[in-house]
Design a protein around this ligand. Structure first.
Ligand code: GLY
Length: 442
C-alpha cells in the first residue's frame, strides 16, 4: 500500500509516523512535508495542493490512500476530485467541509439540528450599520468571528468595548481577513473549560479517539494573542464519562446524523471544539481535520493500526475493524520561533533533536523545519513539538519538557504551563474508544 499525506505541519509528521508503524508496511509519501516527515516517509514537491498536481502525484506513485491534513484543500474540494477518479481519500468532501469553511454555515446547521452552541447572529460585511447596532445592544463580552477560513486567527474574543471596536475594525477593514470576513458571526461569550473531540466517521459508523485540550494563546496562563496551538494533552480529564455521554448524545450523534440527513455523510475526522459550560457541553467550532498540535498528542495513544483506521474509513468499512487506544497520558509542547505569532526569523539551525528523541516514550514532531544536508533549520512559526507518553499526565509533561530542554535554536519559545489545567482534575483515563453509527434519516 502506498499512502500519500497532504500537508507540511506537525500534524502531518504525526500522521506519517503513525502510518509508518503499520504492520502492513506501507510506503508513505508526504507532499510537501518537512525535515521530520522525510525521516519516516518520502517527501514529494507540491507548491500548492491543487487537484491536478495532487492527482499527478497519485498517478506517478501508485497511491492507494490519500490523507488530506489541512482544512484549505478539504474546503476547496480536493477530496471530491480524488474520489471522482477512484482514489480512496481520508477527509470530507467540499459539502461537509463547510462545517469548518463557513462559520455562518456551521452555526445555522447547529440551529437546524438543535445542537447546543452560543447564541449568535450573522451579518454580511456590507451591513455594517446593522452589525454595529447589534454589537452595541449585546455589549461585552462577546466573540466576533470571520466566517471563512482565517488560519486559526478568525475568532476575536472581546472582553470590553475597546476590544469590540478593535475587533470590528480588523474584520471590517478587509486588510487582514479579506474574503474570510465577507460574513461576520457575532456570538455570545461562553464561560468554561475547552476540550476537543476527534470523531473518525465513514458516513455510517464512527469511533471517537482520545479527547484532548489545546492551548491556543501564546503566553502562559492563556495570555496574549491566539496561535495555531502551543501544546496539548490527551485525554482531557474535563471530559468525564458523564460529560462524554452528554457530548455524544447532544452533539456528536446529532452532528453526524444531521450531515447525513442533509446529503453530506461525513468521511474523515470531525474535530469538535467544545466549551464545558455549567449547562453542559456546547460547540465552540467544528473543524474538518485533525487538530494541530492535538494530533501529535492523540495519535501516539492509538495502539491499533492507524493505516487500517484511515483506509477503512476511506472505504466505508469502519464498523469492520477494531480500534484500540492506550490508557497512558500524552502531552505535547510546541517550540516556536521567537516573535511568533507575529514576525519571526527563519533559517536558524536546530540542535539537540537526536538527544530528545532518545528519551523513553518521547517523539519529536517537526512542523516549520527544512532539512539542509544533515542540518535541520527553522522555516516557520511553530517549529516542532515534543510529545511524550507516560502512565499519568504529570509524567508525560515532565518527559515532554525534558525533551524541550535538550533542543535549541536561537530565540526558541515555548509555554511553560502546558497541561496545568489537566493536573487540577482527577485523572480517570478511558481505555475503550466510544463508537456508534449514523442513524438513517426518516
Ligand atoms: N489546534 C487548533 C486547531 O488545530 O485548529
Amino acid at each position: 500500500m502506498n499512502a500519500l499525506i497532504i500537508g507540511s505541519g506537525g500534524r502531518e509528521h504525526a500522521l506519517a509516523w503513525a502510518l509508518s508503524r503499520s504492520p502492513q508496511k506501507p510506503s508513505i509519501f508526504v507532499a510537501p512535508g518537512n525535515a521530520g516527515t522525510q525521516q519516516v516517509a518520502t517527501n514529494l514537491e507540491l507548491d500548492a495542493p491543487d487537484p491536478d498536481a495532487v492527482q499527478a502525484l497519485v498517478e506517478a506513485h501508485g497511491i492507494g490512500l490519500v490523507v488530506i491534513g489541512p482544512e484549505q484543500p478539504l474546503v476547496s474540494g480536493l477530496a471530491n476530485r480524488l474520489r471522482e477518479v477512484g482514489v480512496a481519500v481520508f477527509g470530507p468532501g467540499k459539502g461537509a467541509a463547510q462545517i469548518e469553511g463557513s462559520k455562518a454555515f456551521s452555526k445555522a446547521f447547529m440551529e437546524r439540528h438543535n445542537i447546543p452552541t452560543a447564541a449568535y447572529r450573522t451579518f454580511r460585511r456590507q451591513d455594517e450599520a446593522a452589525l454595529r447596532a447589534y454589537v452595541k445592544e449585546q455589549g461585552a463580552p462577546l466573540v466576533l468571528k470571520a466566517s471563512g477560513l482565517a488560519a486559526g486567527k478568525g475568532a476575536i474574543v472581546c472582553m470590553n468595548r475597546r476590544e469590540i471596536e478593535d475587533g470590528l475594525s480588523q474584520l471590517l477593514s478587509g486588510d487582514q481577513f479579506d474574503q474570510a470576513a465577507e460574513e461576520i458571526v457575532v456570538e455570545a461569550f461562553m464561560e468554561g473549560e475547552e476540550a476537543s473531540l476527534f470523531v473518525v466517521a465513514d458516513g455510517t459508523s464512527w469511533v471517537m479517539l482520545p479527547t484532548a485540550q489545546d492551548h491556543k494563546r501564546i503566553g502562559d496562563d492563556d495570555t496574549g494573542p491566539n496561535t495555531g496551538g502551543m501544546g496539548a494533552y490527551a485525554p482531557a480529564p474535563v471530559m468525564t464519562p458523564d460529560m462524554m455521554d452528554l457530548a455524544t448524545e447532544r452533539i456528536v450523534q446529532p452532528t453526524l446524523d444531521g450531515l447525513a440527513a442533509e446529503g453530506m455523510p461525513y468521511n474523515g475526522v470531525l474535530y469538535v471544539g467544545l466549551m464545558i459550560t455549567p449547562d453542559g457541553p456546547k460547540v465552540v467550532e467544528y473543524n474538518c481535520r485533525f487538530g494541530d498540535p492535538e494530533a501529535q498528542a492523540v495519535l501516539p495513544l492509538v495502539t491499533s493500526d492507524v493505516l487500517e483506521l484511515l483506509l477503512a474509513t476511506a472505504e466505508g468499512r469502519l464498523s469492520e475493524i477494531d480500534v484500540t487506544v492506550s490508557n497512558m497520558a500524552s502531552a505535547c509542547v510546541v517550540m516556536a520561533s521567537g516573535g511568533y505569532p507575529g514576525a519571526y526569523s527563519k533559517g536558524l539551525p536546530v540542535s539537540g533533536l537526536d538527544m530528545a528523541t532518545q528519551l523513553p516514550n518521547t517523539l519529536v514532531f517537526h512542523a516549520g523545519t527544512v532539512g539542509v544536508g544533515s542540518l535541520v533549520r527553522t522555516s516557520g512559526g511553530r517549529v516542532l513539538a515534543v510529545s511524550a507518553q507516560a502512565s499519568g499526565l504529570q509524567g508525560a509533561l515532565a518527559r515532554a519538557y525534558t525533551g524541550i530542554s535538550l533542543i535549541h535554536f536561537d530565540g526558541a519559545y515555548h509555554r511553560t504551563d502546558i497541561g496545568r489545567k489537566g493536573l487540577l482534575h482527577d485523572m480517570s483515563l478511558a481505555a475503550a474508544p466510544r463508537s456508534g453509527s449514523t442513524r438513517p434519516s426518516e
